[in-house]
Structures are given as C-alpha cells and as structure tokens.
Design a binder for this molecule. Structure first.
Ligand SMILES: [Fe+2]
Length: 280
C-alpha cells in the first residue's frame, strides 16, 4: 500500500441521454445529476488524483449521448485523468467512436489499465452485449492475469460495472455470473488488490469479498432504496458519488449523496426480476 494517501473520485451510472432522444425510460434528469456531482468535485479543497466511472455512461449507448457526456466532462470535470468503464447500457463501438475517434471501430471488450500516482488501476469490461447481468468474454481473464503481474509492487484497483456475486441471494441480473465471479476471485487472489469499484445496483454499499472491499454508490439515475429492497424494488430520486482514499492501511470511501427526498419514482416487484435479465 502507498506511503502517501491517494485520493480519487468514484462516479457511476451516469445514464446520460441526449435531449433529442426524449428518453421516456429515464426517471431523472441524469445530465443535471452528473453536472451536480462534477460541481461538488470542483469544490474539493484539492483535486482528486483521478476519476473512475464504473459504467452505464449513457442510457441508450448511442453516439449522441456519448457526445453529450464528452462535452460535460471536458467542460465541467477537473483536469485530471478520467477512466471510463462500460456497463450494460453502453455500446462499445459507439463509445469508441466518440472517445477514441482515431482507433479502428471494434466491438471488443474495453479493457485497459493505467498507473496513476503509484496505483495500478485496471478497468474491466463486464458488459455482455444484449444482456443485463455481467460476465467475461474469452481472453479477458487471461489479459487480467498478465496485467496483474506487470507491476507486482504496486497496489491494484479494479473497476468494472458489475460486482461479483456476493451471496446465493443475489439476483442474477445484479452481478457477475457465478463462473465469472469465481474466475475473478482466482485471478486476483494474493495480487494486492485494494478494492473493486462497481456500479449497476444504484446503491451506496460496501461488501467484503474474500478480503477485498467491493464498493458501489447510488449513481445518477434513480437510486435503489435500501430499506424497501429486496421486499420491493423501489427506485428513488437518490443520487451521488464517492470520494475514496487509499491509505497504507487500506481503502476508505466517503459517500456524497445529493439532496434527495427518497420519493419513489418507480416500483417493481423483485420476484418479477428473478428470471429477467432486462431491468436495472
Ligand atoms: Fe445503471
């Protein structure tokens, strides 16, 4: 772990939607919510070392929405590295067309890594095109194994949209598949992984998974109400982000909620979600 603390910001589930889409599936003004988080980050006494965004960058995965996101980040985010992961609402080639315009169009998983302030950050694409649950395509875990060995002395941070399956009670749509979770567990065992930053569930939460903290936050589109869940799957006006610091003693997370009423925007019987991969 680092001798000097490293502070960074974790954003997730922006669900940005271009105004011309008139997206009826949105429960909130997600552009405004994202702008609010960025304005809060600009108020920090010291800019974060970097920002990680753990997927569902857009709601429809269309290029126009990625263009909106790019403009918002360029104009309103602090000038620090921003690492984006993709979620089930994203689209790989649309993302690349906007954020990597010089690269060859392709639909390969968006996996990459960076060393920032002595922290090895690894972004994994857990999206499976057309599905809501998470998993890995062929070769991704081999790539992860290779990258984990690249900087053996550095602490590692992993970012993926889906969290691993924590317990048998996890609904299938809400996490990685059982096999993908086990593959991740084997890959990171003993590799000095300080934490896994995730999204998808739209809820402030920390799980300790075989000794590694798995962290998520409410995001920017309809938080999941933790009191009603899992008896009733309520989506409220909750939103927010997190400020994380990696200390020599481990990873700390401070959640930063937006003002909220907890008014229920959308209510679903969770039994309807048990066998459905199509809702988040
Ligand atoms: Fe989401």
């Amino acid at each position: 772990m680092p001798n000097t603390p490293i502070t960074f910001v974790h954003l997730t589930d922006l669900h940005i939607s271009a105004p011309e889409l008139s997206d009826k599936h949105l429960q909130m003004d997600t552009v405004a919510a994202t702008r609010h988080s960025l304005s809060e980050i600009r108020r920090l006494a010291k800019p974060p070392s970097f920002i990680v965004i753990s997927g569902d960058l857009t709601n429809r995965g269309d290029q126009a929405s990625y263009e909106v996101l790019k403009r918002v980040l360029e104009t309103e985010a602090p000038k620090v590295p921003i690492l984006c992961a993709l979620g089930n609402h994203d689209h790989r080639s649309s993302f690349r067309a906007v954020f990597e315009p010089d690269s060859e169009p392709n639909d390969m998983p968006l996996d990459y890594d960076r060393v920032l302030k002595g922290l090895h950050v690894i972004v994994l694409d857990s999206s499976l095109p057309g599905r809501v649950l998470g998993g890995w395509e062929a070769g991704q875990m081999d790539w992860l194994g290779t990258r984990l060995k690249k900087h053996p002395d550095l602490p590692k941070l992993i970012c993926s949209h889906h969290r691993p399956r924590i317990s048998d009670g996890d609904l299938a749509w809400s996490c990685l598949t059982i096999d993908a979770s086990e593959q991740l567990r084997c890959a990171i065992s003993g590799q000095n992984v300080a934490g896994i930053l995730t999204g998808h569930v739209h809820m402030d939460c920390v799980h300790h998974w075989y000794g590694v903290p798995v962290i998520s936050n409410a995001g920017h589109h309809a938080g999941t109400d933790p009191v009603a869940y899992p008896q009733m799957f309520n989506m409220t006006d909750a939103a927010g982000f997190a400020i994380c610091t990696l200390h020599a003693s481990g990873l700390s997370t401070n959640f930063v909620p937006h003002p909220q009423t907890r008014h229920v925007l959308h209510e679903v019987d969770p039994s309807l979600l048990e066998h459905v991969e199509g809702a988040d």
